[in-house]
Design a protein. Structure first.
Length: 459
């Protein structure tokens, strides 16, 4: 028998789930809520899933673990120390699970969460060939340690240091490492490197192994913890309740008159089209969140929890993709959806705003009294920003519009994506705004005046 690992990618959240099997039986690790992908992987491999394993209670997505276990008649394995509202197979350090010829062993690796588990996998009688590390050992990095609560961050950071070093010390160098986070997920404490690794590789590259001084590791890690999406606060409570499968039934169609009624009621009506197409012409009062790999993360970050949400798109396929992404973060039932031409949906009430680049912002070194607004995260702002700019993170724009000085507002972020959300909110609030749809690196390349608070030791 041979160990096979099938990776199930979720680029929209920067996460991976896994199917580990021997050709006949297997286990699923950290599955997402849209069950069809995991079920398809098992069906394609023609294996019987005996266990669904959670490495931890997730803070960045709603799990599909319980629903999958019920669908497949498999055992649902969750750490024994976790308080949950459902029956599960409680796992502790050293517990073994058998799936066909696969031997699975739980390892307590606290840090990302207090009861975090990693799972080794190998064929009976052999050394571990793989380890599924969740939010513990990532590629070159570790999972962040501040998601449970600020009072636990330092102690969890110290736990994380020892957990990763323990994995590196006790597992064979050739053991393949399979983390859940680290592919763009905000659950990573510092930037990850690569897309595959072994324990031997991590002994050379992982920050927790390379830094022999625990205090230096703790200081480095905690100083690098940046803002994370606001919707994270709702994920662990939902996961402790035992969420069901995602309901991907198409949302109720909304016609132009109902769309305008919802806009007048200040509900969130989100346009999924390309941000520059939105800028050229959109239904007045709608909000731009371009459909792509960043969609659910940034919409979930900016929208207030439980706000009624209606989507606009060019096609039902785009609505379905957005609905799938949103279900993974607990936005279950859309208030409705509309497709078709913008002119038809708008009933004549369309709007637009200009799009520029950093080249267009300054004329002879003067910005002509324009308001320059940086909507990036605070850590990005501190690392360097346009001189004279004001800073309001994109997720605070809706509640802080009144703080922005009078005048035309030129808005930038690192790429234009977050700035487009902010400009659409300003446009909805009646402010004149310009989207800077450009890469932040070009500001330095163009020689624009920059300020660097961190170099001056500013807070």
């Amino acid at each position: 028998m041979t160990l096979h690992v099938v990776t199930i990618e979720t680029p929209a959240l920067g996460d991976r789930s896994y199917l580990a099997h021997d050709g006949e039986a297997g286990v699923l690790i950290d599955p997402q809520r849209d069950l069809d992908r995991a079920l398809a992987a098992a069906e394609s491999a023609r294996v019987r899933v005996t266990h669904v394993l959670e490495t931890h209670i997730h803070n960045d997505y709603v799990t599909g673990g319980l629903a999958l276990a019920e669908e497949l008649g498999a055992s649902y394995v969750v750490a024994a120390g976790e308080e949950v509202d459902f029956d599960r197979l409680p796992a502790v350090e050293g517990m073994r699970f058998q799936s066909g010829s696969l031997a699975i062993t739980a390892m307590h690796t606290p840090g990302h969460t207090p009861y975090h588990l990693s799972y080794t996998a190998g064929i009976d009688g052999s050394e571990p060939q793989a380890v599924f590390t969740g939010g513990s050992m990532l590629y070159g990095s570790v999972g962040r340690t501040d998601l449970v609560g600020p009072e636990l961050t330092e102690s969890l950071t110290r736990d994380q240091y020892h957990s990763v070093r323990h994995l590196a010390r006790v597992l064979p160098p050739g053991t393949q490492v399979f983390p859940t986070h680290g592919f763009g997920s905000f659950c990573s404490a510092v930037e990850t490197t690569g897309t595959s690794s072994t324990i031997g590789d991590e002994c050379r590259t992982n920050i927790a192994v390379r830094l022999d001084d625990e205090d230096v590791f703790v200081k480095t890690l905690m100083e690098g913890l940046a803002a994370y999406p606001r919707y994270y606060a709702h994920m662990a409570p939902l996961n402790r309740q035992g969420p069901g499968a995602a309901d991907l039934t198409p949302p109720v169609p909304v016609d132009a008159s109902e769309l305008l009624r919802r806009i007048d009621a200040r509900e969130w009506v989100v346009d999924l089209r390309d941000r520059t197409a939105f800028a050229r012409r959109h239904v007045a009062g709608t909000i731009s969140v371009e459909l792509g790999d960043s969609f659910s993360t940034f919409l979930g970050w900016v929208i207030a929890w439980n706000t009624p949400l209606t989507l606009i798109a060019d096609s039902p396929h785009q609505i379905a993709e957005a609905q799938r992404q949103l279900s993974r973060i607990g936005i279950d039932r859309l208030a409705g959806a509309a497709t078709g031409g913008i002119g038809q949906l708008a009933g004549g009430l369309t709007a637009s705003y200009p799009v520029g680049r950093f080249d267009d912002l300054y004329n002879g070194g003067d910005h002509d009294g324009r308001v320059i607004l940086d909507v990036r995260r605070p850590d990005e702002w501190r690392a360097g920003h346009l001189s004279g700019a004001i800073h309001i993170p994109f997720w605070e724009i809706e509640s802080r519009v009144g703080e922005i000085p009078a005048g035309e507002v030129w808005v930038y972020c690192a790429s234009g994506f977050r700035a487009s959300i902010a400009v659409s909110l300003l446009d909805r609030a009646g402010r004149r705004a310009v989207l800077i749809d450009d890469d932040w690196a070009r500001a330095a390349e163009l020689g624009l005046p920059l300020s660097y608070p961190e170099r001056r030791g500013a807070p």
